[in-house]
Design a protein around this ligand. Structure first.
Ligand code: GTP
Ligand code: SPV
Ligand code: MN
Length: 607
């Protein structure tokens, strides 16, 4: 191994880097400077090693296609652990192991795991470098794919390192290895990874240890591991919020601006809503964030949200000119990495839903010939584009505002074929917290496991709450006590995914067109905030009164609109049972307000 000279004056960081290098025994240690030259060098190396295929410069400039190992395609929730000192610190929604036990297991795995590889050190900051408290992190990884992806997803490199040195700043330590050492005589593969996977979090010491996966949230440690799991624990201690939310700026035809945050589970429409192209005349939308929101109270007592990320790691399938033109315009500018989509014969990418007619021939995500008649998907359902946020043509200038934007409304959403109406308004903050805490959605390909089964996903944070879920609900209630009700965002539930029922009882077509037409729902929400939108009370909350939802120009019958908004007693009787079952899992530590809300819902439903 190369003898290292100190690369930083930050003694704590240098000591950790030396310690990890001694354990993992890489051939060399490289400090990522985040420069374009570094991007050029690493992407070139990734092309040479076969991990990347460079796309045609005229079609997608400075962009690359990658295909993962077919076993490494999504977050691995059953291999994800919150290693708090005590099991109660992790709660019933997380896997738990004692920190010392997990560290012993993983230290054995890490020993010599970077043999034959380069160890990269990536200084990064989530949120702004000039925030009041810059949120530093350092990821050590043996994957060049991770380094170039991190350059897109976070603010990284020398400027961050110098700022850390200047203040001897604390930082979140993220250690990542693909778990595929290369001793003498071992050949590398295009997508190194291991069958043994651990995504471990140590909330008390603000550390992340990840082993065995090279994909997405398992490996890009600034994202879910830091900005949600570790940050949610910090936020609990410090009185702020780290949430799985998009942030959207909407401007009405009169020129009035509102900011809306939305928590939908993985692959349930955050990126699409954040990039909405409103179908309503005169309305315009700008994106502030598409996946994560950090919210703090401002001096004026309102909740302000920042997007801590620098890039988008968006679901590719379903993204096309008719659904999300802004995403298409973003990736067309290039400087992007596409993983597990299909490759066209002329050096571009394609995925299901990009165009109505697929190309006549493709290389699918498994590297095989693909033709439209072969009956398989060309792209993995969790294939993704990784692209700089600033390339989005509708990026709000407020994205650069270190203190964020004041949130007027919070939407909770999910995929529900039945039961949950297109939109309804909650009575107050606590009712909104109840709706969030009992949020549910059909599972998607964003995590390994069964797809399409309804599960409860509190605030769309089930896989991301870095501590006990009962305390998390308590924290939300606490936040609600810190401000005047008039200053808190109003809370709504939405469901773009409700289906009609076929004659044979199976799920029929989507009742709501979704995408750009979701602006119609947002318009009603804003009218409610202004006190002008008409609503009718239902047992679950206020839904738009007949005629109150702007459906001008939509090809929808009154009957279909009524079906999309319906609160059906029989469906809610079943739902109530599921909600009760779910709340029982929290045990004694569930805040009593949730039982009060449940009692109200029951009474409203006449049960
Ligand atoms: P993560 O990045 O995993 O957190 O997902 P996300 O919440 O950002 O989901 P995204 O916006 O990428 O959407 C996931 C899938 O849902 C895509 O295939 C979209 O095409 C589809 N989708 C998004 N919005 C709508 C909608 O309004 N209606 C319908 N029918 N589908 C939608
Ligand atoms: C999600 O699964 O919610 C994502 C993708 O946003 S990943 O970064 O892989 O977690
Ligand atoms: Mn997400």
């Amino acid at each position: 191994m190369t003898i290292m000279t100190a690369a930083t004056t930050h003694a704590g960081l240098q000591a950790w880097v030396d310690e990890v290098a001694a354990l993992t025994t890489p051939d060399q240690v490289v400090w990522s400077d985040g420069s374009d030259e570094e991007w050029q060098r690493l992407t070139q190396e990734l092309v040479e090693s076969g991990t990347f295929v460079k796309l045609d410069e005229d079609k997608k400039p400075n962009s690359f296609w990658a295909a993962s190992d077919p076993s490494d395609v999504a977050r691995v929730e059953d291999r994800t652990f919150i290693c708090s000192a005590e099991p109660e610190g992790a709660g019933f929604t997380n896997n738990w192991k004692a920190p010392a036990e997990m560290k012993a297991i993983m230290t054995d795995l890490y020993r010599g795991c970077m043999t034959g590889r380069t160890m990269y050190v990536i200084p990064f900051v989530m949120g702004h470098l000039n925030a009041d408290t810059p949120m530093y992190g350092v990821e050590i990884t043996d994957s060049a794919y991770v380094v170039v992806s991190m350059k897109i997803m976070a603010r990284i490199g020398t400027e961050v390192l110098r700022a850390m040195e200047a203040t001897d700043a604390g930082f979140v330590k993220g250690l990542h290895s693909v778990g595929f050492p290369l001793p003498e005589g071992t050949a590398d593969v295009k997508w190194p990874c291991s069958d043994t996977k651990y995504i471990a979090h140590f909330p008390e010491t603000r550390e992340i240890w990840s082993y065995g996966s090279g994909y997405g949230g398992n490996a890009l440690l600034g994202k879910k591991c830091y900005a949600l799991r570790i940050a949610s624990a910090m936020a609990r201690d410090e009185g702020w919020m780290a949430e799985h939310m998009l942030i959207l700026k909407l401007t009405s035809p009169e020129g009035r601006t509102h900011y809306i945050a939305g928590a939908f589970p993985s692959a349930c429409g955050k990126t699409n809503l954040a990039m909405i192209d409103p179908t309503l005349e005169g309305w315009s939308a700008e994106m502030v964030g598409d996946d994560i929101a950090w919210m703090r109270f401002g001096k004026d007592g309102r909740l302000y949200a920042v997007n801590p990320e620098f890039g988008l790691f968006g679901v590719a399938p379903g993204t096309g000119d008719h659904t999300n033109p802004n995403a298409m315009r973003t990736v067309e500018k290039g400087n992007s990495i596409f993983t597990n989509v299909a490759l066209t014969d002329d050096g571009d990418v394609w995925w299901e839903g990009m165009t109505e007619q697929p190309p006549a021939h493709l290389t699918d995500w498994k590297g095989r010939d693909w033709t439209p008649d072969n009956g398989e998907l060309s792209s993995h359902p969790n294939s993704r584009f990784c692209t700089p946020a600033k390339q989005c043509p509708m990026m709000a200038e407020e994205y650069d505002e270190p203190n964020g934007v004041p949130i007027d409304a919070i939407l909770f959403g999910g995929r529900r074929k039945t039961t949950v109406p297109l939109v309804y308004e909650t009575r107050d903050w606590n009712h909104g917290v109840f709706v969030g805490a009992t949020l549910s959605s059909e599972t998607t390909a964003a995590a390994v496991g069964q797809v399409g089964v309804v599960r409860r996903d509190p605030m769309a944070m089930l896989p991301f709450i870095g501590y006990n879920a009962a305390d998390y609900v308590g924290h939300w209630l606490e936040i609600g006590k810190q401000a005047d009700a008039s200053k808190l965002p109003k809370i709504y539930q939405v469901n773009w995914f409700r289906r009609d029922v076929n004659e044979d009882g199976t799920a029929g077509k989507f009742l709501w067109p979704g995408f750009g037409d979701n602006a119609r729902v947002l318009k009603w929400v804003i009218e409610r905030l202004d006190g002008t939108g008409e609503g009718v009370d239902t047992p679950v909350g206020v839904v738009p009164a007949p005629g109150a939802l702007d459906v001008s120009g939509l090809d929808m019958t009154d009957e279909d609109i009524a079906k999309a908004l319906a609160v059906n007693a029989d469906e809610w009787a079943v739902e109530l049972g599921l909600i009760e079952e779910w709340l029982a899992k929290f045990g004694e530590s569930l805040p009593t307000q949730m039982q009060d809300e449940l009692a109200t819902l029951k009474a409203n439903l006449g049960q």
